[in-house]
Design a protein around this ligand. Structure first.
Ligand code: ADP
Ligand code: VHF
Length: 363
């Protein structure tokens, strides 16, 4: 299972004013246990702003954007240092990945981020993601790390998104102000009734409160990833949730992930088309196999890497649609050629396949 774990400021500080290292030890141990059980973990972390505030000796806050950016710039490195030191004790290498809204909007940046995260996971590196607060303002910003974690769950096609926070889950009302509120263990669909449960903007340190967590749950479940919102102070929260224990609130996926992916692939079709030779057309049509450049006889139209193109058989019938790993000009240069020649022809390679079988939808 591929799991995206989101840790809020409230969890990392254990309710205090500074990053609480023993809490990070517990959380890293949970991630180590989950990895040892054969799962992959991608971490989305908050905490840069509060780490920066601590580093500057808790100056009075004015909560302007400029201040937040300064504190994040000061704190991000320190936050990463803490993670790296603790993860090191368990032999886990970490990678810092700072993303912002444009990295999800721009196809090339999106694919590059995905490639980097895949590389981290295949090498056993724990990617630690935060928003790049220094460069992101206004429209350029995702804005909160709950939403960022849902975007990351989509980007990495995660099987589960776990959001740990300082509340025990989604309650019938904000438990801070409504002592009688009770836990909602299961949400089958994010309806307006569920939205209505989100109270104010959360703790004084966090961003967004339950509102952004419900938003994250809606984004991820719509793309086929179930979401759990659970208490960050519960011992072994992550291994228990991944092991199937009912902790906190579980949001069921609204669609099957494969279906969601197919729909996404079909959503935006570029005006590009490639013609396949007999063998390639048969491999794609009958086995759903990847399309290698060697099986392409013609490339038409203009398209970018990562866009959906249409694949045609020699008789002109459409075989499939899929995401191309190479833009039109590059695909033209490598079509009909063996994959081992890609690097010498282009000077780089994005892999042996022109369209990988995971990125294909047969017609
Ligand atoms: N219906 C609700 N159920 C649970 N918590 C809620 C609800 N409505 C609002 N909240 C508030 O959301 C807070 C968690 O959000 P936040 O402080 O932003 O945490 P984080 O730093 O983990 O993102 C809780 O402490 C709680 O006060
Ligand atoms: N990027 C910011 C965190 C923003 C955020 O969403 O915080 P939180 O609500 O605590 O998850 C930081 O690192 O401080």
């Amino acid at each position: 299972m591929r799991v995206v774990l989101k840790l809020g400021t409230s969890v990392l500080t254990a309710g205090g004013d500074r990053i609480h290292a023993p809490r990070i030890v517990d959380l890293i141990r949970g991630m180590v246990a989950v990895r040892a059980a054969g799962h992959e973990v991608v971490l989305v972390t908050s905490g840069a702003v509060i780490a920066g505030w601590e580093a500057l000796n808790f100056p009075p806050r004015d909560r302007t954007l400029a201040e937040k950016q300064l504190l994040a710039a000061v704190g991000q490195g320190r936050l990463m240092h803490t993670y790296a030191q603790i993860a090191d004790l368990y032999g886990v290498p970490v990678a810092q990945v700072l993303l912002t809204a444009d990295d999800f909007r721009d196809r090339t940046r999106y694919l590059n981020a995905r490639t980097t995260l895949d590389a981290c996971l295949s090498r056993g590196v724990l990617p630690i993601i935060n928003e790049n607060d220094t460069v992101a303002t206004g429209q350029l910003k995702v804005g909160d790390n709950d939403t960022l974690s849902a975007f990351v769950a989509n980007l990495t096609e995660a099987d589960l998104l776990v959001i740990l926070t300082d509340a025990p889950g989604l309650y019938t009302a904000d438990p801070r102000t409504h002592p009688g509120a009770t836990l909602i263990p299961l949400v089958e669909r994010v309806t307006p009734d569920i939205w209505a449960l989100a109270g104010g903007v959360g703790s004084h340190r966090g961003t967004g409160g339950m509102h952004t967590k419900i938003q994250a749950a809606e984004i991820a479940t719509r793309a086929g990833t179930p979401v759990v919102i659970a208490p960050g102070d519960a011992p072994d929260a992550l291994p228990r949730i991944v092991g199937g224990e009912a902790l906190g609130t579980r949001f069921l996926a609204a669609v099957n992930r494969l279906e969601a992916r197919k729909r996404w692939i079909l959503a935006e079709i570029a005006p590009g088309r490639v013609t396949l030779d007999e063998g390639a057309a048969r491999a794609v049509r009958e086995r759903g196999g990847s399309l290698l450049p060697a099986g392409i006889t013609a490339v038409e139209g203009i398209f970018e890497r990562g866009q959906t193109i249409r694949l045609f058989a020699p008789d002109g019938s459409e075989v499939a649609r899929g995401l191309t790993r190479y833009r039109a000009a590059d695909l033209s240069r490598i079509s009909g050629r063996h994959s081992r020649d890609i690097e010498s022809l282009l000077g780089f390679t994005y892999g042996a396949e022109a369209v990988h079988r995971d990125d294909l939808v047969r017609i």
